[in-house]
Design a protein around this ligand. Sequence first.
Ligand SMILES: Nc1nc(=O)c2c([nH]1)NC[C@@H]1CN(c3ccc(C(=O)N[C@@H](CCC(=O)O)C(=O)O)cc3)C=[N+]21
Length: 292
Amino acid sequence: MKLIDGKKISSDKRAEIKEKVAKIKQQTGKIPGLATILVGGDPASRVYIQSKIKACEHAGIKSFHHDLDENSSQEAIIALIKKLSENSEIDGILLQLPLPQNKDAQECLNAISPLKDVDGLHPFNVGLLNLLKSWNEIIEKNILVSCTPLGIVHILCKSGITIDGKTAVVIGRSNLVGKPLSMLLLANNATVIMAHSRTKNLKEICKSADIVVTAVGKSRFVNKDFIKTGAAVIDVGINRTPEGLCGDVDFDAVKDMDIEITPVPGGVGPVTITMLLENTLKAFSNRRKIVA
Ligand SMILES: Nc1nc(=O)c2c([nH]1)NC[C@@H]1CN(c3ccc(C(=O)N[C@@H](CCC(=O)O)C(=O)O)cc3)C=[N+]21
């Protein structure tokens, strides 16, 4: 088993971003800004939001955090988002998900200006992603795409794992990870299988894949039976167990296999946050029509 070092991939990219931010400041006198919104006090969400704010500070990006009460109305969330969408100091807006019960997250996301939608969840950006014909267009057209899928493609690329022509199985069909990732892999010429909780013969399907991405949220869900020799395994699961934080893959069960795999922690998580910084810069330059 060969571990893919997400922390290293992340810190290399963050150093590049930091330099870009410094250059932007020098050339424009402006500082890119990211607004984060947390509704309610879910402890895991708070940890993620804090890592995002810290990463911004380290890169020189200005962060504007908004804590909303658990009982805030949907109207109040939308009103805040609209205000941030109009604030010219703010380039990116991130609404931390999930929202507390009884709120329509998509309705809130629809209020984010598509130009500031650093999670790529506004219907405009979802549409652009689905219209993609090739990976080049992501760069040329400056489309904002969800951070975890971008991070996964970045990890594969930096690890020298080709996507073109490979069979990739994505387990999980969420709007934040599974669906956008499938579109990105497709744009990179993979043959993509979108698997989910109702998929039959999941083990056999995964066993045929060159790349397996698991975003399920169940510890030890993926074992030896799912993975073929030589495969790349990307573990997006974040599960808190009595033994600590772990992903969806039963690490002990696969440790003797000839595979490449991202660990949890230290795999996809840190690179996801790095892509949020990257998307904030992308939003900055899209809005100002300059090359960062
Ligand atoms: N609008 C929105 N956008 C998101 O991108 C988003 C979200 N909502 N809601 C929750 C998920 C989850 N997510 C993570 C980011 C970093 C780590 C991360 O850095 N993890 C560390 C461990 C951190 C720990 O100890 O929990 C690691 O894997 O090494 C994990 C999870 C972003 N998400």
